[in-house]
Design a protein around this ligand. Structure first.
Ligand code: ATP
Length: 319
């Protein structure tokens, strides 16, 4: 193997740059050339490809976003699109590809591997929804962004004795809501994996109110539904002044935390190691603090599960 390519795809996440840096430096350390592919699979099909040097990835380890930019591409979901991508890789003499992204991006990587092109996936998404790894790059930073915002909201919630509904991201996964909710001492956490009953939410609110609580925080994962609608129902049925904050894309930005930088560096380097060992069609991950790899196929066939013990703990601690 003489040359590898690298791209970032789907939603960006803080720490992707640290992962790019790790792939580039680790590969160059082993005398492998690295080519950056800009704008994800879209750029791949269009040959938006440039050689990266050691210095190309300088001064990015602390930056959010991705220096290779990202994109979504419907065309790449077709077999023709994938072959077009492989033609470009062959034109540049690139022997293997590292894809940093979420589960959609991994589907693309899996297709390339099925066409016989060596590809490795690195999990980068704030949602923490990829099976085969305990944590994805960007999750920890997103959590810290959420708790920073909720700490501020808590101050004003206490002053005005209000109920606050906070809607956080996560697509179909409740990890951001659960972890941030636990870290923030939210009274109620609503995640898609567990479902909820409004009666239960109202009963918990009433219990807190009756014992003199000054505020209540209800953390809602976007996968459960609209925070605005949930807040409206609470206001009407509990007759409590209720406000809602939808945190939105603020959760995707910002300088990555130390934890995300370290994770990204380890996973990026591990991806290059797999390629050096002649492996392909795999994803890298971290499980029980050990670096692991799985067949992308096998990982994608699994379902992402949320930590049930943590969910139960959050209920016990917010009585
Ligand atoms: P995030 O979850 O953080 O938003 P993601 O990687 O899941 O990230 P997607 O938009 O689902 O984001 O996927 C990114 C890109 O991967 C798509 O635009 C498409 O080009 C490619 N992709 C997704 N699904 C497939 C598929 N089944 N086959 C081939 N390519 C795919």
């Amino acid at each position: 193997m003489k040359r590898i390519g690298i791209l970032t795809s789907g939603g960006d996440s803080p720490g992707m740059n640290a992962a790019i840096r790790a792939v580039v430096r680790k590969a160059i350390y082993h005398d492998i050339e690295v080519f950056g592919i800009y704008y994800g699979y879209h750029g791949l099909m269009n040959g938006n490809i440039e050689k990266l040097e050691i210095g190309s990835v300088g001064d990015i380890i602390h930056r959010g976003g991705t220096m290779l930019y990202s994109a979504r591409s419907e065309e790449f979901k077709t077999s023709e699109g994938q072959k077009k991508g492989i033609e470009q890789l062959e034109k540049f003499g690139i022997d293997a590809l590292v894809v940093i992204g979420g589960d959609g991006s991994f589907q693309g990587a899996k297709k390339l591997a099925e066409h016989g092109y060596p590809t490795i996936g690195v999990p980068g998404t704030i949602d923490n929804d990829i099976p085969g790894t305990d944590f994805t790059i960007g999750f920890d930073t997103a959590l810290n962004t959420v708790i920073d915002a909720v700490d501020k909201i808590r101050d004003t919630a206490t002053s005005h004795e209000r109920t606050y509904v906070i809607e956080v991201m996560g697509r179909d996964a409740g990890d951001i809501a659960l972890w941030a909710g636990l870290a923030d001492g939210a009274e109620t956490i609503l995640i898609p994996e567990e479902g909820y009953s409004m009666e239960d939410v109202l009963a918990r609110l009433k219990r807190g109110h009756d014992r003199g609580k000054k505020h209540s925080i209800i953390m809602v994962a976007e996968g459960v539904g609209s925070g605005v609608e949930i807040a409206k129902e609470i206001q009407e049925r509990a007759n409590l002044e209720t406000r809602v904050t939808v945190l939105g894309h603020i959760q995707r930005g910002g300088s990555p935390t130390a934890s995300d930088r370290v994770l990204a560096s380890r996973l990026g380097a591990k991806a290059v190691e797999l390629l050096l060992n002649g492996e392909a069609g795999k994803m890298v991950g971290i499980e029980k603090n050990e670096l692991v790899s799985h067949d992308i196929d096998e990982a994608l066939a699994r379902e992402h599960v949320v930590d049930k013990d943590m969910y139960n703990l959050s209920k016990e601690l917010s009585i």
